[in-house]
Design a protein around this ligand. Structure first.
Ligand code: FE2
Length: 334
């Protein structure tokens, strides 16, 4: 049996996961979430929070599994993409653990990890992936050994767009209450579809124009907030579903897998259901617990990497803040 410890620290979650290569695969899952008092994530403050919580989090992950560090076969770490100060905390700890305990160090791309944990927990086999989170909005599919991108945002990510909008109009923080985003919550009370920019350029989407226009409409008092939320949601989600459908037509895939923190939206799921049904495709949405950042997904992808001989020397394990999904070789695709 192979056991891997994974460390996640790309944004606001310090996660430690333990997985093995036999069912049940997930052994431990410890998460420490940094919550800014106001505004968005302050990378340096998040990093300080991680440093404070990391030793206990690792100890708890090991203790809850009743495993000692000597039973671990490798240490996996998310080296990017993400926020520099946050990434460096995870990388420093992983390098130290690997060096001190003489374990292989396995580099993991955070985006690949979101996809692979999604495949594990939903049983999707060869999906067109829709990755929607605070920092990412992209459509990808595994073709010839890499996740190729078939559409992405040209500016801000869907999650960032939603968070910024609700924050600027005074509905957040908190951004998500009882599993429902404040934008979805407010949008339920809206009825009208207002004239706001819907931007799809080829395979790509863009949300910054929509954000500016919607905020201006709100500040000038030209419409009710409920109607603005309703419209903004309809426009943003429709744009995502449109480029996903085109991605399906282009790649010929017959599964859609939605991953990342925004995957939790019920309303977005309904839109995807309509589209995938009409194309006779299977829809998989990663459950909320594994849609958000966690250490398990890093450990799981680390395990896949380790089994295909992908390790890195600790002195070469630099963080890569802009490590793109399509730069990563996926040897288990064959
Ligand atoms: Fe993430």
């Amino acid at each position: 049996m192979v056991i891997v410890l994974g460390i996640e620290s790309t944004a606001h979650t310090f996660g430690v996961g333990l997985v093995r290569d036999e069912a049940p695969y997930i052994i431990s899952d410890v998460r420490e979430n940094y919550l800014p008092e106001k505004g968005g994530i302050h990378p340096r403050e998040a990093a300080l929070f991680f440093m404070d919580r990391a030793p206990q989090a690792i100890a708890r992950a090991l203790k809850s599994s009743s495993l000692g560090i000597e039973s671990i076969d490798a240490v996996a770490v998310a080296l990017g993409p993400g926020l520099g100060p946050c990434l460096r905390v995870g990388a420093t700890i992983a390098r130290a653990l690997a060096t001190y305990f003489n374990k292989p160090l396995v580099p993991v791309n955070h985006a690949v990890a979101h996809i692979e944990i999604g495949k594990l927990v939903t049983n999707a086999k060869d999906p067109l992936v829709v990755y929607l989170s605070g920092g990412n909005t992209l459509i990808a599919a595994l073709i010839s050994g890499r996740y190729r991108i078939f559409g992405e945002t040209l500016d801000i990510a869907l999650g960032n767009f939603m968070d910024t909008f609700v924050r600027e109009v005074g509905l957040a923080p908190p951004y998500v209450v009882n599993g429902v985003h404040q934008l979805d919550r407010c949008a339920e009370k809206g009825r009208r579809i207002l004239n706001l920019p819907y931007v799809v350029k080829g395979q790509d989407v863009s949300f910054s124009g929509l954000l500016t226009a919607a905020l201006r409409m709100y500040r000038e008092g030209r419409a009710d907030l409920e109607d603005i939320c309703h419209s903004v949601r309809e426009i943003a989600y429709s744009a995502i579903v449109e480029v996903t459908e085109r991605g399906l037509a282009h790649t010929g895939k017959n599964e859609v897998l939605v991953v990342g923190g925004v995957a939790a939206s019920k309303y977005l799921r309904e839109k995807f259901e309509l589209m995938t049904k009409s194309r006779n495709c299977e829809l998989y949405v990663v459950p909320p617990k594994y849609a958000v950042d966690n250490g398990v997904m890093i450990a799981w992808t680390g395990l896949l990497n380790l089994k295909h001989g992908i390790t890195i020397e600790p002195e070469e394990a630099y963080v890569k803040q802009r490590w793109r999904l399509d730069q990563v070789d996926i040897p288990w695709s064959k």
